[in-house]
Design a protein around this ligand. Structure first.
Ligand SMILES: [Zn+2]
Length: 141
């Protein structure tokens, strides 16, 4: 149990570092905040290429999945559509769905999961996205 926990913790840190490197390479600034309320979602401003990640945000979705989602808006989205993006795990349309799908793709590239379930659990991916995770996973094998 302890070994597994440690492994997951280390992996978590590694993935976070990789995401941070992707941001740096693309001139994206990540601002981590822990002094705003839990109802304030992670927010991305395309005009200044900045992402605010709220450590207190009340969501089950993991930090790394949320960060990959926000990065995806700036890297693969149409940033001319909106001035600001706010994380919503139930964003099932347009740019939000696209960012969710690209987050899955990005994270699978960083570390290939052993199964769909492992991926879903490790990142606490919203369950409605499972079909997209399955589709992406099937492209790997
Ligand atoms: Zn979004």
């Amino acid at each position: 149990m302890i070994d597994n926990y440690f492994k997951e913790f280390v992996l978590d840190e590694e993935i976070q570092e990789t995401l941070q490197n992707i941001a740096t390479k693309n001139g994206i600034k990540i601002i981590d905040v822990d002094d705003v309320k839990s109802n304030v979602p992670d927010t991305t401003w395309p005009s200044i290429k900045a992402i605010m990640m709220n450590f207190n945000f009340s969501t089950k979705v993991s930090y790394n999945f949320r960060l990959a989602h926000e990065l995806s808006h700036l890297l693969y989205g149409d940033t001319s559509l909106q001035d600001v993006y706010r994380f919503c795990e139930f964003g099932k349309r347009g740019e939000e769905l696209l960012a969710h799908k690209n987050a899955v793709k990005m994270l699978m590239k960083i570390k290939q999961p052993t199964s769909v379930e492992t991926f879903m659990n490790f990142y606490d991916v919203p369950s409605w996205l499972e079909e997209y995770v399955e589709a992406e996973y099937s492209l790997l094998s």
